[in-house]
Design a protein around this ligand. Structure first.
Ligand code: ADP
Ligand code: ZN
Length: 726
């Protein structure tokens, strides 16, 4: 018997040993019994010396050779991921596989599409008589160039039949459809900065080279990506293109199809149907697809011959997974590029401070696009409007109302941005001051007037709008603050003739909704857009010329040290929607703190000033990127229980296994959002300037928690490395 170490979906930090009569190559999928249940597993190592009693080792039940194994590079990526995020390897491996490959069943490989042409002996044959004109046309087609069956069928619906006949005669030559195909030239000539960016990256083919493409909104970053992608694809290498879910718009896909019409493209995101996802995944692994476009999970796509990675909107928080395996896809992408020896381009108009800092340290090469690409597009003018002494009508000052009215009269497109969906963020009793909180979360319930509900935006809880206060019985309940629905309503009164369209998670539940919204806007059937983040990201509405930000001040009071960075990026993104093509744009931001650094930098549209000041502050506080952090979290039904587990671990470690001197531990403290979906959440922060020390400390914590969890079975714990949530 040969013993194998297998990765399977169980919460154990070590791999499991199973036996098989022959040695199986690493990366082979198999099925095994674990506690009587049949489960899928991946061979990690063969020919191992078992550390347990041989008589207890079970055999591997089935081997799915599938004609293919998970490649070594992929396994290295997963080993690193599990180690870095302190997560059970078997569970990490399964999380990185599409559903089809997580089942203990064989999976058919996607069919390789073929191209056909006449063989040498075929060319010596007389063509079918011209009176059979369709058959004749098929032959002609085969004679001129290699074609796909699909193309032949356009000549004759029976093409498959004839092709088959001729194939049997030996008259046909076949070859696989190339993954890349021909790439037409771009419609645009790259401008000087774009060209410089592209050539700098091209100079680093076949080696690890990280770039930060820092380009203002509309500066043509996408064109730069496409230019390098084309070059890499033409060398028969594959490209991995990662972007935030919300940016994977029909608009972007249309641009991709236009630029790479003959390139086999695999799209991988959370809404790709399971079967399709498995097949796309395999296409990438087998090299049938040359281009992989996807959201964070696509970072785990095995690739045959990777030549370039692009991470668009690299600062976006959606690259971080906030459940189970808490990985940061952008960081893993950089690791992967290093391991594969290929260049990686991180692009953003407002880079993450982590990436920006790396350019300052010389770790990443900075490439800059400082002007809008479209010849007539101009940066918008950004105005801060101090509303401290202005009367507001449902959130609107008079100046903003006049701006919106004037723009409507002149036929412009306006956008009112607000990061809060629903009608109003809270309901409040005018008599006793009672507010309606979610029973499961530390959050107020949001009023959804049309649906007649109060809803929690953090868990599933909802209830009918109460008609009186549960505390005092008073019936006078007031909606406080504004949500997108209320703003929409206010705008309908203000501009009764305008066509107003609200875009948020409530109005667009389906992917198709977007296509419809987009075409409405492009056909100029909308005068005013009201919306949340959804509107702000990745969309290009050429005639949008007025953007109004109603109230973003709330984020300024957050205790999260990343709040200013996040707000700045968000507002730059929103402002960037204005003046994209041939109209100049204006942005108006209502605020009670116009002097705040975030707003000042926004008005000056100066990322560099902002980043420099913010980094100086982080350095002073010893915060990332000047230190490395991990959060050890615990949740339980009560805060006391949650904190108790952490306190016990803290104490035990302090007494018996002191952490390295460079590591400091802080806590336990409640999370900023202490209660979520019925659980109280506490955490301890570990922080160090030395990454190795930090990881060593996390391992110590991990073994203590594993030991203590038996004493506190009601408390769950988890480790979040490089946490974004506080
Ligand atoms: P970003 O990704 O930086 O926001 P895009 O690549 O979407 O910018 O480009 C913004 C607009 O400018 C698009 O409409 C694009 O077609 C156009 N554009 C990009 N590069 C050029 C160029 N070199 N010449 C003319 N137009 C360009
Ligand atoms: Zn809730």
């Amino acid at each position: 018997m040969i013993y194998h170490q297998l990765a399977l979906n169980v919460p154990l930090y070590s791999l499991l040993t199973y036996a098989h009569p022959t040695a199986l190559p690493a990366g082979t999928r198999v099925a095994v019994r674990f506690r009587k249940r049949l489960m899928a597993a991946v061979v990690w190592e063969s020919n191992v010396q078992p550390e347990i009693d041989i008589s207890k080792i079970l055999p591997i039940e089935t081997v799915f050779s599938d004609g293919w194994q998970l490649p070594a590079g992929w396994r290295a990526l997963l080993s690193f991921t599990a180690r870095y995020y302190h997560y059970p390897l078997g569970q990490a491996v399964m999380a990185a596989l599409p559903k089809g490959l997580r089942q203990p069943a064989a999976v058919p490989l996607p069919r390789q599409e073929m191209m056909y042409t006449l063989s040498t002996s075929g060319r010596l044959q007389p063509p079918p008589p011209a009176r059979f004109h369709k058959q004749h046309a098929v032959w002609q087609c085969l004679q001129s160039a290699p074609v796909t069956l699909q193309q032949l069928k356009t000549k004759h619906t029976q093409a498959a039949h004839y092709l088959n006949q001729w194939q049997q005669q030996g008259w046909i030559e076949t070859k696989p459809v190339p993954a890349c195909g021909s790439i037409p030239a771009s419609q645009h000539h790259l401008n000087q900065q774009q060209q410089h960016a592209s050539t700098s990256i091209q100079a680093k083919y076949n080696q690890f080279a990280p770039f930060l493409l820092f380009g203002i909104t509309g500066s043509g970053k996408t064109e730069v990506y496409f230019d390098i992608m084309a070059k890499v694809l033409q060398q028969d290498k594959q490209v991995l293109f990662l972007l935030p879910e919300i940016n994977l718009t029909p608009q972007l896909m249309q641009r991709v199809r236009q630029r790479f019409p003959h390139t086999v493209t695999a799209v991988l995101h959370s809404q790709t149907a399971a079967g399709q996802r498995t097949s796309n995944y395999l296409q990438a692994a087998l090299g049938q697809a040359a281009l992989v476009i996807g959201t964070r999970l696509a970072v785990f796509t095995p690739m045959h011959n990777l030549g370039l990675i692009v991470v668009d909107e690299e600062h976006d928080y959606s690259f971080k997974q906030e459940s189970e395996l808490r990985y940061q896809a952008r960081d893993l992408a950089v690791w992967r590029a290093r391991q594969t020896s290929c260049p990686i381009v991180l692009g953003s108009a407002t880079p993450s401070l982590e990436s920006w800092y790396k350019t300052q340290q010389g770790d990443y090469q900075l490439l800059q696009l400082s002007e809008r690409a479209h010849a007539s597009a101009q940066l918008p003018q950004i105005h801060l409007l101090d509303i401290r002494r202005l009367p507001l009508d449902n959130g609107f000052s008079d100046i903003i109302k006049q701006k919106l009215q004037a723009n409507f009269i002149h036929g412009g497109l306006s956008m009112v941005y607000l990061n809060r969906r629903g009608f109003a963020p809270a309901l409040f009793c005018a008599a006793c001051g009672h507010t309606f909180g979610c029973p499961n979360c530390s959050a107020k319930m949001v009023l959804h007037q049309h649906a007649g509900q109060l809803r929690c935006h953090h868990c599933d809880f909802h209830q009918r709008i109460p008609y009186c206060c549960p505390e005092c019985g008073n019936q006078d309940l007031n909606a406080v603050g504004q949500g997108t629905q209320r703003i929409e309503e206010t705008l309908q009164h203000l501009l009764p003739d305008a066509r107003i369209l609200r875009v948020d998670r409530d109005s667009t539940t389906h992917r198709q909704d977007w296509a419809e919204i987009y075409s409405k806007i492009m056909q100029r059937q909308v005068d005013v857009l009201v919306g949340t983040q959804m509107l702000a990201k990745g969309h290009d509405f050429p005639h949008l010329n007025l953007v109004v930000v109603l109230n973003a001040d709330n984020s300024l009071y957050s205790a999260d040290f990343r709040a200013p960075e996040r707000l700045f990026a968000e507002l730059m993104q929103v402002s960037g929607r204005a003046g994209r093509a041939d109209c100049s744009g204006e942005v108006w931001v209502q605020t009670r703190q116009p002097e705040h650094k975030v707003y000042q930098a926004l008005a000056a549209q100066n990322y560099v000033t902002f980043a420099t000041a913010e980094l100086a502050e982080r350095q002073e506080m010893g915060m990332p990127p000047f230190s490395y952090m991990a959060a050890i979290r615990a949740d339980a039904k009560t805060m006391r229980e949650a904190q108790e587990l952490l306190r016990q671990a803290l104490q035990g470690i302090g007494q018996q296994q002191p952490l390295p001197a460079s590591v400091s531990a802080f806590g336990p403290v409640p999370m900023l959002m202490a209660r979520l979906a019925g659980y109280e959440r506490a955490q301890v922060f570990l922080e160090s300037k030395n990454r190795r020390d930090l990881h060593h400390s996390i391992s110590i914590w991990q073994s203590w928690l594993q030991h203590l969890e038996k004493i506190y079975p009601q408390t769950r714990w988890l480790i979040d490395v490089d946490p974004l949530e506080m």
